[in-house]
Design a protein around this ligand. Structure first.
Ligand code: CA
Ligand code: CA
Length: 415
């Protein structure tokens, strides 16, 4: 599963399982590599009334900690007689927000000041006397650090810095913050998204099982019984978790299914064989719902990047969508698709597309949407484990009125 980006603003979903543990601190550099990540939503700048600080150096105002720019930061004075800890930043929202964590983005992940000992205080009103401490602890240096707390309504949030580590300024009091962020509590939607991801993994596991069961045996080229059984068990276990409605421990079981899938797909291959290979173009056939004379669909699978399939432009230009369908002449378990746009000219490049797969060319199933706004390079569309004889690429939008593809490569788990 590479479809989920792992940018720093994403948070590992383990978060929502933390209940009794009042504060749980980790940073983005943690070794957790679960694919189950979702976007955490943060309070937008326009929903903040303002920010104040105990003190700041000229040019390093507290506003710089909420301007969305990572290389601008709030900084307290660093002259020798400057006031020491604690330092603080306090944000007031226009309307109260339900929050469940706080993120501190440091000026740099390995240099300068990094706030270690911290406290988070929250008030449901603009009245500072109602501030209540919801989290405290000690962070280890990283680019970002997170403090989690029980969901709480907040109009005011006060971030108190009580100590730091520093590899730059030789003082024991000045601190900085590139950004501070306030994560919005949304447990139900997070649970829903976990459930969707689990359901999708179960569907994929069943797809792989259906594919492997057609050739189970102990011969070199057959799927091994033990691997298939292990995948069945891992899938059942994940299914039971989903049915129970209690998603605690999902990550272990989810990962176990993913590992078991790979083991099944490797079990009919020798050590030197790749898990997936490009399908042989000589065995493919291509057709399109629109093609210009001399720019037939077959040009997209002829192995030549200078020839292309192009939607019709002579006479009538057909509006989007345009579609090209590939027939593998037998059912394959697909891995990914590489779509190389027209190479001689920036025209007809698909910017928004859809992939359909199945065994009935008139009734293919939608599998995935993709977008591309980058360049003349090939777009790689990673697919969930999906079986089918036919693959359709639908061009919903392109960078002009045409669709053109130089070459399509399809990777399969088939040997
Ligand atoms: Ca900033
Ligand atoms: Ca070609």
């Amino acid at each position: 599963m590479n479809g989920f980006s792992r940018k720093w603003l994403m948070i590992v979903l383990v978060v929502c399982m933390v209940s009794s543990n009042f504060v749980n601190v980790y940073a983005e550099s943690d070794t957790v590599q679960s694919p189950l990540v979702v976007d955490k939503k943060y309070v937008a700048r326009e929903k903040m009334k303002g920010i104040t600080a105990d003190i700041f150096e000229d040019g390093y105002e507290p506003e710089k900690a909420i301007d969305g720019i990572e290389n601008s930061f709030w900084h307290t004075p660093w002259a020798p007689d400057s006031p020491g800890f604690p330092h603080w930043l306090m944000v007031e929202f226009n309307e109260p927000q339900m929050l469940d964590s706080f993120m501190y983005v440091a000026r740099h992940e390995s240099q300068f000041q990094f706030i270690t000992e911290y406290e988070i205080w929250v008030s449901p009103t603009a009245d500072e006397t109602q501030l209540v401490k919801v989290a405290d602890g000690n962070w280890s240096r990283a680019k970002t650090a997170i403090a989690e707390f029980e969901p709480v309504e907040a109009k005011l949030v006060k971030f108190v810095a009580k100590n730091k580590v520093d590899t730059h300024v030789e003082d024991n009091y000045s601190v900085s913050a590139a950004e501070i962020k306030f994560a919005i509590y949304e447990k139900e939607s997070i649970d829903e998204r976990i459930s969707e991801l689990i359901s999708s993994m179960i569907t994929q596991a069943n797809e792989v099982l259906g594919y492997a069961r057609e050739d189970i045996g102990e011969e070199a080229h057959q799927f091994k019984t033990s691997s298939v059984t292990a995948l069945e068990e891992a899938t059942n276990s994940l299914n039971e978790l989903l049915s129970s409605g209690n998603l605690d421990g999902y990550s272990t079981r989810y990962d176990a299914v993913e590992v078991a899938i790979t083991e099944v797909l490797a079990s009919n291959k020798s050590a030197e064989e790749q898990l997936t290979v490009p399908t042989l173009k000589t065995l493919m056939k291509a057709s399109a719902d629109t093609q210009n004379l001399g720019y037939r669909a077959e040009n997209a699978i002829d192995g030549d990047s200078t020839t292309m399939w192009h939607s019709s432009w002579e006479g009538q230009v057909l509006p989007h969508p345009h579609a090209i369908t590939i027939d593998f002449e037998r059912e394959l378990l697909l891995d990914k698709i590489s779509i190389l746009p027209r190479q001689d000219k920036n025209s007809g490049r698909i910017t928004s597309g859809e992939i359909y797969i199945g065994n009935d060319p008139d009734n293919l199933e939608f599998v995935k949407a993709f977008t591309d706004n980058s360049s003349a390079d090939a777009v790689i569309v990673e697919l969930p484990y999906t079986r089918g004889r036919y693959l359709k690429i639908k061009s919903i939008k392109s960078n002009d009125t045409h669709t053109a593809i130089s070459e399509i490569d399809v990777f399969t788990y088939d040997r």
